[in-house]
Design a protein around this ligand. Structure first.
Ligand code: ZN
Length: 153
């Protein structure tokens, strides 16, 4: 049931302002939208418009109010369904990023911490944008000159 409340069904709203908050590694981006709602995401949106979940929630609340004349049982509670939906999406993205990191780290024999996976918002979801790999000089030399043990540059 929660799938019908996915971001894909949410209306696109223009981003008015993006505010970066939180400490390093816990950074959040507060997106102020034209509709007056805010969307908090782990990464800044690269598109001018993003889906507004609050607008959908408001719409659902409104339709429930309009239908109050007839008995309605709302189960599971909308709020929880939403949180589950979003948390699931974030967890899936984090898992994907972890696997990309681990795979590249293993091929290059480097630490996963030196790999930055950058994703961007796509229509109703996220997609891989690019990956940055930081190599210290020893590692760079090891990869560039795999057959040389000792050298001076
Ligand atoms: Zn909105």
């Amino acid at each position: 049931m929660s799938s019908q409340y996915s971001r894909k069904s949410a209306p696109q709203r223009a981003v008015v302002e993006i505010i970066k908050t939180g400490e390093w590694s816990k950074v959040q981006y507060i997106h102020k939208l034209e509709c007056g709602h805010t969307e908090i995401r782990k990464r800044a949106a690269s598109t001018k418009k993003i889906a507004c979940l609050e607008c959908v929630k408001a719409g659902i609340a409104e339709s429930i109010l309009t239908n109050l004349s007839r008995p309605a049982i709302v189960d599971p509670p909308i709020e929880e369904a939403w949180i589950d939906d979003i948390a699931e999406g974030v967890a899936q993205t984090e898992q994907d990023i972890g696997m990309i990191r681990a795979g590249i780290a293993s091929v290059l024999s480097i630490s996963p911490e030196t790999i930055d996976v950058v994703i961007e918002d796509d229509e109703g979801g996220v997609r891989l944008s690019y990956v940055m790999v930081y190599l210290d000089s020893d590692t760079a030399r090891r990869i560039a000159f795999p057959n040389q043990e000792i050298f001076d540059i």
